[in-house]
Design a protein around this ligand. Sequence first.
Ligand code: HEM
Length: 351
Amino acid sequence: MTGDVNRNWTYSEYLNLRELLELQGEERGISSDEMHFIIVHQTFELWFKQIIRELTEVRNILCQVPVPEDQIPVAVDHLGRTTEIFRLMANQWTVLETLTPQGFLAFRDGLGTASGFESYQMREFEILLGLENSDRFGGIDPLDSFRKMVDKGEAKREILERLENTESMPSLAESLMNWIARTPIMGSIYGSKGDDDVVSEYVERHLQAHGKMCDIPPHSSEKMKARMMSAHEGAVSFLKPGGEISRSRAGLLFIESYRELPLLTWPRKLVDAIVELEESMVKWRHSHARMVERIMGRRIGTGGTSGVDYLDATSRYRVFKDLWSVRTILVKPQSRPELRNADFYGYNSSN
Ligand code: HEM
């Protein structure tokens, strides 16, 4: 066991086990059902603590300019661990499902207005990831809720300050997209002379290929024609929001389109790791909603929301929207623009 080398720890001292095992509220004479409810919540909160640590490391790596190349694998490892924690937590709902609706009702009144809705660690990692308030259900500002709680003496000011501090720093999503914006495209380095022209040519060539993909036989239905036209318009507005090329989206498209290039191996692994993380988080949110539906149906939550409907709405949140959207506009490898400057990416015709 590691730790303070000058001290001979016992297992229990090292883990603060005595203190930890006194935190379940048994002195209140709780039932086994309630103790299990508390332990599951506490376990989640402990994992949230680790998630915040892991994601902070990733954000700190990605917000550097430039990002040291040897730190990308480290970021991928932190993301991988976070994903596994979400997967584990998604499976943990099944333990709660051993609680019957009646078993839950037996102690639910005692919760008052306490709800996972007030989990400040959950809000912290959402903010750290970069979930925008405008994307939250009803445009809720979580800091606003905590400000009110501080005013009423229901939450500590340090918690609010911690959340405000996280909000004032670049989020993981923002740092990631700034880094992706610097991806060399067709061998052209970000900010170099002529880069705008190279990127613009790449985007136009991709859009041509996409346009062809959306061409459908003349006898197709009007509905189908409209759908394909709108798909192509979607690709144009994704790559050229407001008519201007987005270099970050072009970079992302390039990484996804030429995944086999050796120089792009780590960028694509990082992008994959983020997508996997968000997917695991969405599944975790979704299974929370299913567990809640099973245990308490569609009654309103102790936090005052509509309950299951609210939770289902949260499982539609996407922080890394561009990473999901780019999938919609890819073309098959045979149709993608021919690669220029292959040597730059560690690839040449002889290998
Ligand atoms: C019987 C067990 C549970 C029930 C019935 C339940 C129910 C609910 C409901 C109805 C909400 C919506 C907010 C509200 O109005 O209260 C909610 C939110 C939440 N719950 Fe649970 N929950 C349970 C267990 C847990 C556990 C074990 C955790 C682990 C920490 C948890 C974490 C959360 C979080 C973080 C939210 C906020 C979600 C968001 O706003 O995105 N819940 N829960």
